[in-house]
Design a protein around this ligand. Structure first.
Ligand SMILES: Nc1ncnc2c1ncn2[C@@H]1O[C@H](COP(=O)(O)OP(=O)(O)O)[C@@H](O)[C@H]1O
Ligand SMILES: C[C@@](O)(CCOP(=O)(O)OP(=O)(O)O)CC(=O)O
Length: 433
């Protein structure tokens, strides 16, 4: 039986929260080892059956008619139905969507629940909405991996082998995610799900506006606008750069939770109302870019002379004061993370939004004293969701050991992996959950 399989990574926005909403500034988004897997297999049924077997009541069956998609069974999942609609629109007809079985699996890092087991895809025994999320961008990774399967299978695209097809999948995934969310977000989560770790500059919202406007109208009009979008010259401004060799990203799940949309709208309101906010944005951007430059410099050093780089890094495991070129960049990183935190706290107090709440300040201050931790921040929109730190790979076990008494903190078993979409053989993912 024929079929296709693609996975897409989750993300963490290391620096650039809030600023990345404005095209004048960049963010740095890292893709993670936690991935969403989607496989699509031909079936002899006429219906499209989608299943997410790790969750209760997560099976959606659709019948394709000439005029659209009819949900035969299953709860509403707007991310799935929208991806199918965008795919049909790109292909020009609903009838292109023949019967298939689609199965979705998500790595354990996406869920914030009982990490005692070891299986890659745990069965949660609850509905998707009843299992707490860690905030790694599950809907973006789902949309991107699903869209890639749809385009590979129905659209006969060679996504990883043809850069034009790759760009189309990105555009369709952004459109689908925006439509499903009912707004044009910054899009860094879909961008990293498709392309991996990148220095991200937001796209012009106008690229998607026409297709978004047409979505509620006739299928024909929507289809034409989706095809125009696919053909448009819009290319994402990509600039990739991952975590340098010998360093590691650690992501700590903090048992709090924040309401990102509310925080974002409050910060943006303040940003508009206070002319002094621009100065803060500029200062933050400067520090964010210093972080990127330092990581870039370390990456360059590791490529230029790897053994020298590793020797320098080893000298830093004893103390970050090591007097060598690597130590110098690590100290820059440490200093800028502290500066970014200070500026984020200012943003928080001026806008009345707890971006780095006092509990997180205490936690990050404590983590900064742990040998091997270079520095860290509250990622993304901040709040009480998570902390992210950059550490020396060599000392990860010691770091875990010396932080295990911090009750509210749980290190997620994820690390940065700079690639975006990955293809797999559907037969290789025959898991029983
Ligand atoms: N494994 C999955 N299978 C099916 N749908 C999923 C899965 N994971 C996430 N989703 C969809 O994505 C939604 C969560 O998206 P969202 O609230 O944007 O969170 P996130 O920040 O993780 O993207 C879920 O309500 C569900 O519709
Ligand atoms: C504030 C932001 O710039 C970053 C939010 O990043 P998060 O990674 O915190 O987002 P969620 O996955 O939606 O929780 C808003 C944005 O760019 O969308």
């Amino acid at each position: 039986m024929s079929g296709v399989g693609f996975s897409a990574p989750g993300k963490v926005l290391l620096v650039g929260g809030y600023l990345v909403l404005d095209r004048a500034y960049c963010g740095y988004v890292l893709s993670l080892s936690a991935r969403m897997y989607c496989k699509l297999e031909a079936s002899d049924q006429e219906e499209i059956r989608v299943r997410s077997p790790q969750f209760l009541d997560a099976e959606w069956t659709f019948k394709v008619t000439e005029i659209g998609l009819e949900s035969v069974s299953g709860p509403n999942n707007v991310f799935i139905s929208t991806a199918l609609k965008v795919a049909a629109a790109y292909l020009g007809s609903w009838s292109k969507l023949t019967g298939v079985d689609i199965t979705i699996y998500s790595d354990r890092g996406f869920q914030s629940q009982d990490r005692s087991g070891t299986e890659q895809f745990p069965y949660y025994g609850k509905k998707i909405s009843d299992v707490p999320k860690t905030g790694l961008g599950s809907s973006a990774a789902l949309t991107s991996s699903l869209m890639t399967c749809l385009m590979s299978y129905y659209g006969k695209m060679d996504i990883l082998g043809n850069s034009d097809d790759y760009e189309i999948v990105h555009k369709l995934s952004q459109l689908s995610h925006c439509l499903a969310q009912g707004k044009i977000g910054s899009g860094f989560d879909v961008a990293s799900a498709v392309f991996g770790s990148i220095k991200y500059r937001r796209f012009e919202p106008e690229h998607l506006q026409d297709a978004l406007n047409m979505a509620a109208g006739s299928f024909q009009d929507f289809s034409e606008s989706v095809q125009r979008l696919a053909k448009s010259s819009w290319r994402l401004d990509k600039n990739s750069c991952g975590v340098p060799k010998g360093l590691r990203l650690m992501l700590g799940d903090v048992k709090g939770g924040s309401e990102t949309p509310k925080m974002v709208s409050k910060v943006l309101e303040w940003r508009k109302s206070d002319p002094n906010s621009t100065e803060l944005w500029e200062k933050l951007d400067k520090s964010n870019m210093v972080v990127l430059e330092a990581l870039g410099a370390l990456n360059d050093m590791s490529v230029a002379d790897e053994s020298r780089y590793l020797a320098d890094l080893l000298a830093c495991t004893g103390s970050l004061d090591a007097n060598n070129a690597v130590g110098e960049q690590l100290r820059v990183l440490r200093h800028e993370f502290l500066r970014i935190r200070e500026l984020l706290r200012q943003m928080g107090s001026l806008s009345g939004v707890p971006i780095e709440p006092v509990e997180q300040t205490q936690l990050l201050d404590r983590l900064n004293k742990v040998p091997g931790i270079i520095g860290g921040v509250v990622p993304g929109a901040g709040g009480n969701d998570a902390v992210v730190v950059i550490v020396l790979d060599e000392l990860v076990n010691e770091i875990k050991e010396s932080t295990k008494d911090i009750g509210e903190l749980e290190w997620l078993d994820v690390y940065e992996e700079s690639h975006g979409l990955v293809q797999f053989q559907p037969g290789d993912l025959a898991v029983d959950v």
